[in-house]
Design a protein around this ligand. Structure first.
Ligand SMILES: NC(=O)c1ccc[n+]([C@@H]2O[C@H](COP(=O)([O-])OP(=O)(O)OC[C@H]3O[C@@H](n4cnc5c(N)ncnc54)[C@H](OP(=O)(O)O)[C@@H]3O)[C@@H](O)[C@H]2O)c1
Length: 276
């Protein structure tokens, strides 16, 4: 059970990932993303989730350098965007991400969205990048069970991580069980529902019961499900609040009450057909 912000989960290749990370999507390149990342590192986060598509890798890299924290103590994830999928393009995209981040390697490199036609070439390039020491672990994002089934027709090697939208309002026990069976750790994006369900009465009741905020209840629910979670905020007080989730525990009944909120709700608006 996660007891501190530095608690890690072991991936299927032995790499350890801090279970709580800081997501930087929609933190604007420049001051906002750099300052937000610095606040997160000051608050004790040691895991930053960015992507080439977020256009803020340079700011993340600057914050990591400014923090003075040794690079080896910070877990950095980035992602190959759809337009860069394919063998040579993925290789080049990773090199460009490394240059923008100002680092020789990323800890986790993800396929940002499934692309059936280019998946095999993208994955082969990623495996070579890992052999070259440029990524420590490889994973995918936005892969449903159907996409993962397709993936396994191409590769015997399981992704270490599948990063998907995950919170009580789209809880899917079968999906988690599938990932677990395949040795894939689920990683929750938009864990706070992009603030669209923070006023839910059940979440509010549990928040009052624990003297916590609705956001902290949702993050704790993620952690107790064993998933990695990466809440985002542009505000220092919330960045600190979202990490203050290690001094309470949801009971089995409270977890079940949150699980029961599932209603197939997705906060993100872009969901291409080929995810299904
Ligand atoms: N792989 C993918 O396709 C994918 C897709 C989406 C996201 N992600 C990753 O997941 C990360 C998190 O997801 P997300 O950014 O979509 O959504 P999120 O973390 O669920 O929610 C962020 C929103 O919640 C607000 N918020 C944060 N902390 C709060 C608190 N304590 N109380 C009230 N409101 C709070 C933020 O506002 P303020 O900023 O104003 O505080 C922001 O509007 C992203 O940053 C990104 O790294 C990945």
């Amino acid at each position: 059970m996660a007891s501190t912000i530095t608690h890690t989960v072991k991936l299927n290749n032995g790499v350890e990932i801090p279970q709580l990370g800081f997501g930087v999507f929609r933190l604007e390149h420049g001051e906002e993303a750099e300052q937000g990342t610095l606040w997160a590192l000051e608050a004790g986060y040691r895991h930053i989730d960015t992507a080439a598509a977020y256009r803020n890798e340079e700011s993340v890299g600057r914050a990591v350098a400014r923090s003075g924290i040794p690079r080896a103590e910070i877990f950095i994830t980035t992602k190959v965007r759809d337009g860069d999928q394919g063998y040579a393009t993925t290789k080049r995209a990773c090199e460009e991400s490394l240059r923008r981040l100002g680092t020789d390697f990323v800890d986790l490199y993800l396929i940002h969205w499934p692309n059936d036609a280019r998946m095999a070439d993208t994955w082969r390039a990623m495996q070579e990048l890992r052999e070259e020491g440029k990524c420590r672990a490889l994973g995918v994002s936005n892969f449903t069970v159907k996409r993962l089934d397709f993936f396994f027709t191409l590769s015997d090697e399981a992704p270490t991580v599948n990063q998907v939208e995950f919170h009580p309002f789209n809880y899917d026990a079968a999906f988690l069980a599938y990932c677990g069976k395949k040795g894939i750790v689920a990683e929750a994006y938009s864990p706070l529902t992009r603030a669209q369900r923070l006023d839910d009465p059940t979440v509010g009741r549990l928040a009052r019961a624990h003297g916590k905020t609705p956001a902290q209840i949702l993050i704790r629910w993620n952690l107790q499900h064993g998933v990695i979670t990466i809440p985002k905020s542009a505000r220092q007080a919330r960045i600190v609040e979202n990490a203050d989730v290690f001094d309470f525990e949801l009971s089995a009944e409270q977890m079940a009450a949150l699980d029961a909120l599932s209603e197939g709700f997705f906060a993100i608006t872009y969901r291409p057909e080929n995810w299904y």
